[in-house]
Design a protein around this ligand. Structure first.
Ligand SMILES: Cc1cc2nc3c(=O)[nH]c(=O)nc-3n(C[C@H](O)[C@H](O)[C@H](O)COP(=O)(O)O)c2cc1C
Ligand SMILES: CCCCC(=O)C(=O)O
Length: 359
């Protein structure tokens, strides 16, 4: 087999390898999958304005995020059940990633992942009705050395993902979420025709009444920084920061929640302006090339996260596949920085983009 050179080639190879039901769960979106498509299309519309007569002999991709030095501004978004893609699951991803946001529905324990990790780990949380589930996970994350928490806001319930509904998708027996007690996970393995087990589960277990005071309460439970994920407006960024959030992740959950929601990169400039340097602004959704990473940085992102691409790499080659995907993105980003006359991340701003208003 020829070497795979792009994230798109990893996507195609992963589709060949994975069972169709798992492929649909990983790759699908909600409703008509318009937001899923828009996330990718919106990047393609952002044309770049390269500059020359700049010394680009020493490109530097490194950055600092919440006090941690990272070799690249590219991390892995929280994705449930990495063992759907590879038997080693999150342990393999953690070895490959320079920043991994571990899903609360990880298929390996927080401690196993911490023992393997090459870089900082953050723990993503959903707002469970049983608050002691949340606080128990916060304590375990602190004890295992996780460096931040990420509260996902965009999932008061799981969106209508028609591929999963049609298949009656449920998590295969043998792949479990070991960081949650069995009672909280009851029903996730139970396939029912015409119903997504995850959608049913979220209605039972997630508290849809999450309000700003709850965010402030969560922040008061821990010394770890708490970021919020799923922010698409200046208003929500303002509210979150005012209630203790240390930063935001601009995201529409990879087009899996509100179909018709704005493409995440199209929401970025507004959110970054609202945050105004008070904390990190991460972006996920539709990042498929290093040029996309550069575009997001130009619009004000501190770093980007990739969800599906990491899982495609994992499916193709476990740890080395996940690493290969992240290395492709980093190599493409370095090329783009050199070829656009922006050798350091601090040189990257909206002057790089055509048609974006510059301050
Ligand atoms: C299979 C799958 C599972 C996901 N699980 C979670 C999760 O457990 N928690 C969460 O906050 N986001 C979850 N997400 C959303 C990702 O964190 C991220 O927002 C999205 O995948 C980014 O888009 P991309 O896949 O285009 O990179 C999941 C996404 C996918 C594709
Ligand atoms: C309850 C949600 C499961 C993980 C998730 O967030 C996703 O599939 O997008």
């Amino acid at each position: 087999m020829d070497a795979l050179l792009t994230v798109a080639e990893y996507e195609a190879a992963a589709q060949e390898l994975l069972p169709p039901g798992i492929w649909d769960y990983l790759s699908g979106g909600s409703g008509q999958e318009r937001t899923l498509a828009a996330n990718v299309d919106a990047f393609a519309r952002l044309a770049l304005r390269p500059r020359f007569l700049v010394d680009v002999s020493e490109p530097d991709l490194s950055t600092t995020l919440l006090g941690a030095r990272l070799p690249t501004p590219i991390g892995v978004a929280p994705v449930a059940y990495h063992r759907l893609a590879h038997p080693e699951g999150e342990v393999a991803t953690a070895r490959a990633a320079s920043l991994l946001v571990v899903s609360v529905f990880a298929s390996r324990t927080l401690e196993e992942i911490a023992a393997a990790a090459a870089g900082p780990l953050w723990l993503q949380l959903y707002w469970f009705r049983r608050r002691e589930v949340v606080t128990g996970l916060v304590r375990r994350a602190e004890d295992a050395g996780y460096q931040a928490l990420v509260l996902t806001l965009d999932t008061p319930r799981v969106g209508r993902r028609l591929r999963d509904v049609r298949r009656g998708f449920a998590i295969p027996a043998g792949i479990v979420a070991p960081n949650l007690e069995a009672a909280v996970m009851a029903g996730t393995h139970e396939a029912v025709d015409g119903e997504s087990a995850l959608a049913r589960h979220s209605r039972e277990q997630f508290d849809p009444a999450l309000r700003p005071a709850d965010l402030a309460w969560l922040c008061a439970q821990t010394d770890l920084p708490v970021l919020v994920k799923g922010v698409l407006t200046a208003r929500d960024a303002e509210l979150a920061l005012a209630h203790g959030a240390a930063g935001v992740v601009v995201s529409n959950h990879g087009g899996r929640q509100l179909d018709g929601a704005v493409a995440s990169v199209d929401a970025l400039a507004e959110v970054a302006a609202a945050v105004g340097g008070r904390g990190p602004v991460l972006l996920d959704g539709g990042v498929r090339t290093g040029v996309d990473v550069l575009r997001a940085l130009a619009l004000g992102a501190s770093a980007v996260l990739v969800g599906r691409p990491a899982l495609w790499g994992l499916a193709v080659g476990g740890e080395s596949g996940a690493r290969a995907v992240l290395d492709i993105l980093a190599a493409e980003l370095e090329d783009a920085m050199v070829l656009s006359g922006r050798p350091r991340l601090s040189d990257v701003d909206s002057s790089l983009l055509a048609g974006v208003q510059r301050p």
